[in-house]
Design a protein around this ligand. Structure first.
Ligand code: PRX
Length: 684
């Protein structure tokens, strides 16, 4: 039953329990539904049926909106895939043999066919309110061509990997598009990662070029990106990998605050090249490299449950089409809208919803360098008002961090331009959903809770703002081309209402094609558990109305503020501390971050935990991975609960971390006495 929001519902009131909120369905507001691309569930269902029953026709129509230098040769299948590992290698390709170029499509082709050359492509907003500038599509094309030519002059060619370690500035978009233009493969590494993490990715990608910046502001703090890059290059050298060029955007001198800093150029080492110097004499024209529809576009590293990050590889035409269509449909993007995604470009959300999706639609995006709470918690309201933002896309953790502030200062801002509010990255609790809906959206903007992964390229389970009645906390229904199923432990399909492992039965254009350099790992991670299906690693429920509710990771991964981390990766970092003999990390609930890390640590015989060891362990994790992985709690343990075969029983550790004492079946536990000691932690 679709309920309407009205005063009698007393939304958010004391007597409105969360369970009731979860059952409510909010109809799309008429002001959106009447003009949306998809205006009703009937329309959605008709399009959905076509997309899954006749993908060739559905995606064939989408492909017609793009420029292909050469069509697919006769006789090649439009879609070809195998998801059943028992039947042979896992593969998926689409439009193989056709030639195109993503950069050409989002810039040249868009400028020609939509006449948007003079439109703003990117409004850049710095951490400080008076640092801002904008770039049009025409200007972006020139910048991209010049940098593409500069990369070529350094010897970068089709298929080479270019690692990008930059703040949220226009040059990050320029670099990605310049790579795409010449057929090089970009791999953006989140600017919050440590030198070791960066080095690991440079080595795995066998990258010869890194593009970075001198530094970036996070609130009042400067992140020394160039220093971290230098350290990473040194680490690469020690492990036998040579990075040949380090291209540095000198960003800080452009900022008003620079006056306060000790102006010192960071272009010093033999590998260093100033971005500005190398583009200075380049031509504004760069003929695109026509690549195969299935040639790689980018690699994006994501945590893997074994601890070693996986290089998720996306290819050209399928990703381009999926990014373009999901952006357009999920946000109901219309010409003239201004879109703001708060995610970092170092995540898939940034790739798809800040670069490829919006630009493929000729949209204007806001690229904000700072943090949502700087210089005060009203910053998001200031930015929305300043740029008249139509759609905002953020993460539940950002929403939760804003919820604690009082509404009154925010009400001074005119945010009536907002039309659609998006969220992604982790399950959103109904209270946060409602706050978003009421306080930011004034109950007039549909919420699109989009479920997706680095691997999926774009949203897979998501409402459509003009069509889907939403329920707080549910990602609702599949996007076009996605066939979700819930499976039980034995791989049987759970029909109707129920809970299970979330899998996808059919290939869709935006899906990853392989783990870079390790196809066996790709097959093993996503296709071994349930042959015939892509396994997401998430659990989900389906309610009696068919709504899908993501319940979270079912593997050894956790989601801290929307950032996926593997417990194995954190444990490996802790184990590097010379005093630690064993470590186990588990997720615990956190009011703002969603999940946080709770780490059980066993020290070497005879040692006692003290503040300095805790500090050093935290530093280890920060150095190895980055500050986002810093443990919330370190719990000194005498021993860890293990099975007789020596496997750590994390299920039990999760319960201990949550303060629970009912451990369920512990018959496989090797030594029960460990438990008593863990419940009553040793003095720390
Ligand atoms: O556990 C799911 C969670 O984030 C994971 C993917 O993280 P990442 O690869 O960084 O990609 C993020 C792209 C948005 C998923 O396996 N997740 C993502 N979106 C949602 C979510 N959990 C619940 N609801 C969502 N909307």
């Amino acid at each position: 039953m679709a309920l309407k929001l009205n005063k009698e519902d007393n939304i958010g009131g004391q007597d409105n329990p969360v369970s009731r909120l979860r059952e409510m369905a909010f109809k799309p507001p008429k002001r959106i539904a009447n003009y949306a691309y998809v205006q009703s569930m009937d329309d959605y269902e008709a399009m959905y049926e076509l997309s899954v029953n006749d993908p060739e026709k559905f995606w064939g129509q989408i492909a017609e909106e793009f420029y292909f230098e050469r069509d697919q040769p006769e006789g090649e299948p439009f879609f070809h895939y195998n998801f059943d590992i028992t039947q042979g290698p896992i593969c998926f390709n689409m439009l193989k043999g056709a030639k195109t170029n993503v950069c050409y499509n989002v810039l040249d082709w868009n400028i020609q066919r939509r006449g948007i050359g003079k439109n703003i492509a990117i409004h850049w907003e710095g951490s400080e309110t008076d640092d801002h500038w904008s770039i049009t599509y025409d200007e972006l094309l020139v910048e991209v061509c010049r940098f593409a030519n500069a990369l070529k002059s350094l010897g970068v060619k089709k298929g080479d990997r270019v690692v990008v370690y930059m703040p949220m500035i226009a040059e990050i978009t320029i670099t990605m598009l310049a790579c795409a233009r010449i057929g090089a493969v970009h791999s953006v590494v989140f600017g919050g990662y440590s030198a070791e993490s960066l080095a690991g990715r440079l080595i795995d990608a066998k990258a010869v070029v890194v593009v970075t910046a001198d530094g970036a502001f996070r609130g009042d703090k400067v992140i020394p990106l160039k220093e971290i890059t230098d350290k990473a290059i040194q680490l690469c050298l020690e492990q036998g990998h040579n990075v040949e060029h380090s291209i540095v955007v000198e960003h800080l001198p452009r900022l008003k605050k620079y006056e306060l800093m000790g102006k010192k150029s960071c272009i010093q080492g033999p590998l260093d090249k100033s971005y500005h110097d190398i583009i200075a004499n380049q031509s504004d024209i760069c003929v695109p490299e026509w690549v195969d529809a299935e040639d790689p576009l980018f690699i994006l590293y994501t945590s893997g449950s074994t601890g070693k990050p996986k290089g998720v590889l996306h290819t050209t035409a399928g990703y381009m089409m999926y990014a373009a269509l999901t952006f357009k449909m999920v946000f109901d993007y219309k010409p003239g809208d201004v879109f703001w995604c708060t995610a970092d470009i170092g995540w898939i959300t940034g790739h798809t919803m800040m670069v490829y999706g919006p630009l493929a639609n000729g949209a204007t995006v806001v690229l904000y360098e700072g943090t949502p709470l700087y210089p005060s918690y009203t910053r998001p309201w200031t930015v929305i008002e300043k740029y008249k933002i139509s759609q905002i896309f953020t993460a539940p953790t950002v929403i939760r961090s804003l919820m604690k502030f009082r509404n009154s200062p925010m009400l001074r801002h005119d945010i009536s331009s907002l039309k659609v509010l998006g969220t992604a990255g982790e399950p959103i609790n109904p209270e946060a959903w409602l706050w978003y809906f009421q306080t930011l959206g004034g109950t007039k903007c549909p919420i699109v809770d989009t479920y997706w992964q680095t691997e999926t390229g774009g949203p897979c389970i998501t409402p459509l703002p003009g069509a889907t009645p939403t329920k707080p906390g549910s990602a609702t229904f599949p996007f076009f081309g996605i066939v979700p199923e819930l499976l039980d432990e034995d791989g049987h399909v759970v029909e109707g209402e129920g809970e299970g492992y979330l899998v996808f039965k059919q290939a869709w254009p935006g899906m990853m094609r392989t783990v870079y350099g390790d196809h066996a790992r790709f097959e093993e991670t996503y296709f071994r558990r349930f042959p015939g299906y892509y396994y997401t690693g998430d659990g989900a429920k389906r309610d009696s109305d068919g709504y899908i509710w993501i319940t979270g990771r079912v593997d050894d991964m956790l989601n801290v503020s929307g950032h996926l981390l593997s417990t194995a990766q954190v444990e490996a970092a802790i184990l590097e501390h010379k005093c630690v003999s064993e470590a186990a990390a588990v997720p615990i609930e956190h009011p703002v971050k969603g999940e946080a890390l709770y780490c059980f640590v066993v020290l070497n015989e005879g040692l006692e935990m003290n503040k300095s060891i805790i500090g050093e362990i935290n530093d280890k994790v920060r150095d190895k991975i980055g500050p986002i992985a810093t443990p919330e709690k370190i719990h000194l343990a005498q021993g860890l609960p293990k099975t007789r075969s020596g496997k750590i029983m994390r299920r039990i550790l999760r319960k201990i971390a949550a303060g629970e004492t009912d451990f369920g079946d512990i018959s496989t536990l090797a030594d029960e006495s460990v438990l008593a000691a863990l419940i009553k932690p040793a003095k720390q």
